[in-house]
Design a protein around this ligand. Sequence first.
Ligand code: PLP
Length: 410
Amino acid sequence: MTASALKSTGASSPRNEASSAGAVDAALESPILGTYKRAPVEFVRGSGVRLFDPEGKAYLDFVSGIAVNALGYDDPGLKAALHAASDGLVHTSNLFNTSPGERLAAALVSRSFADKVFFCNSGAEANEGAFKFARRWARTRGEAKHEILALRGAFHGRLFATLAATDRPAYRLPFRPLAAGVSIFERDLTELDAALSEDTAAALIVEPVQGEGGVRVMDSGLLRELRAITLERSIALIFDEIQCGLGRTGTLFAYEQTGVVPDMLTLAKPIAGGLPMGAILLTDEIASTIKSGDHGTTFGGGPFVASVALHVLDRLSDPALLAHVRDTGAWFGAQLNALAERTGRIRQVRGMGFIWGVDVINTASQIVADALGHGLLVCSAGEHTVRILPPLIATREDLTQGLHILETIL
Ligand SMILES: Cc1ncc(COP(=O)(O)O)c(C=O)c1O
């Protein structure tokens, strides 16, 4: 039955139809536009690192809502923060002052290299804003340069400029022409040195750990060289920590482990515990060139979402949690390598903390589907890379259970 037929008969939700009918193509049935291939499962509640379907079957979640649910599900502190926020203002617009956004910006500034923060609603929006700020900074110095450079394997979002900085032909090709002045280069010092021209380049954007591009930890030596070049030529260095930031690598910000400090850093995903929020952290040097009216967004940093984010940021800054991610992550990486040895079905293991990519001989989509059947949620990052993003609260027992399931499947 199509969605329009459902509408005319007044039948219950297409999703209910789909689950009762068994193997119905949910994408065709659903009134939601089919931009995502949704797995044939519905979740109705969660607890800790597990999600539950309507029949009460538990699924061990190593996706975390794609690196969003750092605190897992049904977290009492997060629930209390949500309840408390609902007693206050939800939205007033950025035409007026509200305190939660001010306090959140101050907390981000005090924990990072940054002097100022711009709040928005998603990762792509944060990166688009950072591109604008880089160009504004150059123009204010009287320079006409505007090129934005991104790296092979990058994923920075689905809007026109961020798509131009995203290295996935299938995502890009149907939507050309993309934004002008945004190009992708090899992760190679010689090539980048030539491309980072003092006269044309306004910004270089880098994920310290590429997520969607296959979980690739950027070489710290290369990052240091790029920092030296960008400093010397007044090119803004933007770190996209939308997926790898806020604790996932075992420090609050991934840049802390690279020996490199960027000029701007973008955040989103886990920052507000599952509510939509993005942020751009920036230095005074760049911030001082942005004037009122240069950029804006209706919802950015509203009091409700900012009060929840204040709680999440405190939790993700906890040294004990970060030490847990570092230690348990290192142990988990060793376990994945041992699994590769034992099964002979894994070509390479990459990652750190609680972000791992496992290159499998099968297709990643096959492993993702088989894992689902065994009650484990993982996702892919490319045709042969299985991506593992457990909530940061996952214990060795949780991870061991996931490893057993992966071993069975492989
Ligand atoms: C590194 C990185 N940058 C940007 C984005 C885009 O974020 P959003 O989907 O919130 O626009 C993502 C999303 O997966 C991401 O992983």
